[in-house]
Design a binder for this molecule. Sequence first.
Ligand SMILES: C[S@@+](CC[C@H](N)C(=O)[O-])C[C@H]1O[C@@H](n2cnc3c(N)ncnc32)[C@H](O)[C@@H]1O
Length: 332
Amino acid sequence: MGLAFETVHQGDCVALLKKMDAGSVDLAFADPPFNIKYEYDVYKDNRPYHEYLDWTREWMGEVSRVLKPNGTFWAAIGDEYAAEFKLIMQNDLKLTCRSWVIWYYTFGVNCKRKFTRSHAHLFHFVKDAENFTFNFADPELRVPSARQLVYGDKRAVSSGRLPDDTWILRPQDLPEGFEADSDTWYFARVAGTFKEREGFHGCQMPEQLLGRIIRACSNPGEVVLDPFAGSSTTLAVAKKLGRAWIGCELSEDYAKKGNERLSNIVAGEPLNGAEDPLTSAPTTAAGRRLKSANSTDSTDAKDSATLTTNGKTRRFTRRAAAPKEDGQKEFI
Ligand SMILES: C[S@@+](CC[C@H](N)C(=O)[O-])C[C@H]1O[C@@H](n2cnc3c(N)ncnc32)[C@H](O)[C@@H]1O
């Protein structure tokens, strides 16, 4: 084995991965540059289409080579290359897709000429379709079911359950919409003002998201690889959860700061961020509202909001009706 574990290696991941033994990694999580002109310190995120795909094939090939025969490979990507990523992973690398998860996040960058981007794709692939780790019974992964929380249903399993382009104002208002066993996941992006923010990397992922992946797809003591470490979130979570870890990062500055972040972590520490993001922020009904100038209606304070555009005022009312017969709530 040419590369030491428990460190972020500075350099190009393709060259670094070539130094690793085949079949030495249990779980890889890759969050590469999305080729969307994002400003990193040294990497230029603006390659011609085919060059970016050829490079993707190359680094994915190396990740696949270093995975154990029962290994798991997660890759994050935006809309621009999601289709191409899936085809490379399944057709070129002959991996098997287990889940195509949509990560739905809040605090996306506000846009004026299109709808604000609020999701990324997370591909969950395995090398062997019959033999891979998926810890569905891990209590840390499980959440109370709607049968337990809402319906008082005797059929509810006491251990809970494992944790849509979805148009929704605030997920806090629809807790049934983001249950952890579905493949649309809600975690807020790590925005600039968040306590969790390390402050040296603009693409820092939430620890709780990585926690779900690492708990589900690896066991304590196993090896987790991140070929694009960035702020080293994957590795920080791997260390907290008692996994062995190894990372690559092109930027000298990010690699140094990532290693510093990791040296301050002790195995067993809790993950940053709310375990249940749906309850970490108030629901709209419980929120504070500015009294609008032209409102005469007392409901304006809690259950509705007014928007004024071009001199025209519209009021949006949230109404949580009594459960309908089929158990669905109605929101307006
Ligand atoms: C999207 S960021 C990763 C963010 C990370 N998931 C986190 O939570 O902070 C992608 C990273 O890949 C790095 N990078 C770009 N090209 C690379 C290469 N050839 N080898 C290794 N790292 C590279 C960039 O410097 C950047 O930090």
